[in-house]
Design a protein around this ligand. Structure first.
Ligand SMILES: [Zn+2]
Length: 89
């Protein structure tokens, strides 16, 4: 149940980003709150869509800059300018 709502919220965040990026950030925050309240983890594919520092919605090329390195991906959040690294599969 909670997991479905998180999925819906991230879907909305993606859909609204083009016209209302501030709404996307709000959806991300709601999804986080639901996850915390119900003790449900945010699925990995969505985790990469939010900044772990400021919780902004990350859209590669728009609100995030993605760089491929040899063994990891560096994602720079353009809202707070901080970086996240993910291992490269
Ligand atoms: Zn950020």
């Amino acid at each position: 149940m909670a997991k479905q709502r998180i999925e819906i919220l991230f879907g909305l965040a993606e859909k609204e980003f083009g016209e209302h990026p501030e709404r996307s950030n709000r959806y991300v925050q709601l999804a986080r709150r639901i996850g915390m309240r119900h003790n449900v983890r945010i699925p990995r594919e969505f985790k990469r869509r939010m900044c772990k520092h400021c919780y902004s919605y990350l859209m590669p090329g728009a609100s995030a800059r993605v760089r491929l390195r040899k063994r990891y991906v560096t994602v720079t959040c353009l809202a707070c300018n901080r970086q996240m690294r993910y291992p490269y599969p």
